[in-house]
Design a protein around this ligand. Structure first.
Ligand code: BTN
Length: 245
């Protein structure tokens, strides 16, 4: 079933993630989308607050992959889809592993993936996407986040961005279903991390290396002299810095 075959569009929700989990548990199919004009308790990775005022695009999709083999690549499909959608408007947009879409060094969109298992069997996954479009950016985030309307100096037509995003989500999800590894290549075309010095700051320690790529588990591979370091996207909270080298 295509993504967006069933769409629920709400004025306000605590979080589209919670509504998507409720609907998934009631048996709603893959591709059911939940959108809210604003969220009162939007969340990001590691349960960080995700400020979601009117004017942004805040949505979650229910996914029911047949197995859990490549599920860590799923967030990349959506990051690639967001990138494809926004790069028509802004040229210096790129994806920072694992889930950020940036314009230069400011975040314009983020992706959140939450899986639910029954025992060891995958039940479903909810992937959430938040894109800053016409929403005001909180003062506290001004040096780290940006909206498309600020970049373009005009109001953005949200339904038209949504239509194009949906088309891209279906296109890249289709590609992933046929050949999961192709999504990694789509990521390579849209990132600035490959052959660059990447620093991952985790637990107060810095892991540094040259970005070699992503494996089929969605992990980042860094090379430091002769040592290969694998960073899992689901590890403890970390910060990723990319240097212009
Ligand atoms: C991140 O960068 O940490 C991920 C942010 C994900 C935000 C989106 S907005 C729609 C969906 N509902 C939420 O509460 N979060 C995700």
């Amino acid at each position: 079933m295509p993504l967006g075959k069933i769409i629920f569009w709400f004025e306000e929700l605590p979080s589209t993630m919670d509504m998507a989990h409720d609907l998934a548990m009631k048996g709603y199919p893959e591709g059911t989308l939940i959108i809210a004009n604003r969220q009162t308790m939007g969340r990001g990775r590691y349960n960080r607050v995700w400020i979601s005022r009117d004017g942004g695009l805040w949505l979650s999709s229910i996914l029911r992959p047949r197995d859990n083999v490549f599920i860590n690549l799923l967030p990349l499909i959506f990051a690639v889809s967001v990138h494809e959608t926004l790069s028509i408007y802004v040229s210096d947009c790129w994806i920072k592993w694992p889930n950020d879409v940036l314009v230069d060094d400011k975040k314009i969109a983020g992706i959140l993936s939450e899986s639910r298992f029954t025992g060891s069997k995958l039940s479903y996954i909810v992937v959430g996407i938040g894109i800053n479009l016409n929403n005001a950016i909180d003062d506290s985030l001004e040096d780290r986040a940006i909206s498309l309307s600020t970049l373009l100096g005009r109001k953005i037509n949200i339904p038209s961005i949504f239509r194009s995003l949906l088309e891209n989500m279906n296109r890249f999800y289709g590609i992933y279903q046929l050949t999961p590894s192709l999504i990694i290549h789509e990521f390579y075309k849209r990132t600035r991390m490959i052959k660059k010095t990447v620093k991952v700051i985790m637990d107060g320690k810095i892991i540094q290396g040259i970005g070699l790529g992503i494996n089929l588990n969605g992990d980042l591979i860094l090379k430091n002299q002769d040592q290969i370091r694998i960073i899992h996207s689901y590890d403890a909270p970390f910060k990723v810095l990319v240097e212009d080298s």
